[in-house]
Design a protein around this ligand. Structure first.
Ligand code: ATP
Length: 328
């Protein structure tokens, strides 16, 4: 079995609440096992720029409650080229690093798998860190719970004003390819309709539902639109129904980047801690090209290739059906 003595950790792609608890767990688990731990700044860009520093247990003090990532993150185009990967490898070797923990989404894992196949002497473990909850091999990804709670808090406030003025709100939430946040937030806030990239939106049905709501004396209606909905964003949908829904004043809110920020929830702090701890233990056991995830409340390792091949979020039809029945 390959012996690991020095590991590095980076965060890559979109930031997600819970990344900091995960970094903390990687650093402290590594040090507990007498490994040296290096932090890489700005994701793969930091590997190319040789932007890394030695971490101690104190480097990660008081970060459990912080959103974002103390290591910063980036989208790094040069890492996609062979030359970029070679520079990254050279820097890792110069520092004597033989294990790498990458925290990010499917793009991050694609890069990690390519890199690890090219340079198999560096072991790589992935941690699913993305608010989109769209990775195979983990029921939940880091940041999804916090982002969903942030969305719920915002929609509850919008519901107050919608109700006071008899308004229909189209609220756009994050999720280019995944309706995970929209679905959970929709159930939690009693949305009258939830529009997702995974399901075609029939405008006629939407109008009928909204009319039925008004007939049933609803004083407001909320339609949650995942940004990847195929009929267009919240503004387009609002225009499409405006002339048919005269009884409501139609408004649009795009929640935008506030969904990424904020202190991680208890769930994401614990998930980040568990996954970071498990990632280092996996490296010590000689694992590589794997993702650590949580399935049925147990840590599970999934090959990065398998996680990527099956990555898309599967729409939970039962939850959709329930939400439609409960929002009449
Ligand atoms: P999120 O789900 O939050 O968007 P992500 O990890 O999918 O996170 P991406 O921007 O898709 O975010 O990918 C992060 C980084 O991974 C890219 O900026 C790039 O450096 C690296 N990466 C993505 N695809 C590849 C690839 N095919 N080869 C090498 N590196 C890649």
């Amino acid at each position: 079995m390959r012996k690991i003595s020095k590991i590095a950790v980076l965060t890559s792609g979109g930031d997600a609440p819970g990344m900091n608890p995960c970094i903390r767990a990687v650093v402290r688990t590594g040090i507990y096992h007498n490994l040296q731990v290096v932090g890489i700044r700005q994701g793969y860009q930091g590997l190319i720029d040789n932007n890394m520093y030695d971490m101690t247990t104190r480097s990660v003090s008081n970060i459990l409650n912080l959103g974002g990532t103390i290591l910063k993150t980036a989208r790094c185009i040069p890492f996609k080229s062979d030359e970029g990967m070679e520079i990254a490898y050279k820097h890792l070797k110069e520092h004597g690093i033989d294990g790498l923990v990458v925290i990010g989404g499917d793009g991050t894992f694609t890069g990690a798998l390519r890199f690890s196949r090219k340079f198999p002497d560096i072991s790589v473990i992935g941690v699913p860190g993305t608010i989109d909850n769209d990775l195979y091999g983990s029921t939940y990804t880091l940041g999804f719970d916090t982002a969903t709670n942030t969305v719920i808090e915002a929609i509850d406030k919008i519901r107050d004003t919608a109700d006071a003025h008899d308004r229909l709100f189209f609220i756009e939430v994050m999720g280019r390819d995944s309706g995970a946040i929209a679905l959970r937030a929709g159930i939690s806030c009693g949305a009258e309709a939830i529009l997702l990239p995974e399901r075609a939106t029939a405008i006629d049905n939407l109008i009928e539902n909204l009319k039925a709501g008004q007939f049933n004396k609803k004083s407001s209606s909320i339609v949650i639109v995942a940004e990847g909905d195929k009929t267009g964003g919240a503004y387009e949908l609002a225009e499409a129904v405006r002339n048919e829904i005269k009884f409501y004043d139609v408004k649009v809110t795009i929640l935008g980047h506030l969904q990424r920020g904020g202190s991680p929830s208890a769930f994401d702090r614990i998930l980040g801690s568990r996954l970071g701890y498990a990632a280092v233990n996996a490296l010590i056991k000689g694992e590589t090209q794997k993702m650590v995830g949580l399935e049925a409340n147990h840590i599970k390792l999934t090959g990065l290739e398998e996680a990527l091949n099956q990555h898309q979020f599967k729409l939970e039809e039962d939850l959709m059906e329930m939400s439609e029945i409960l929002s009449i």
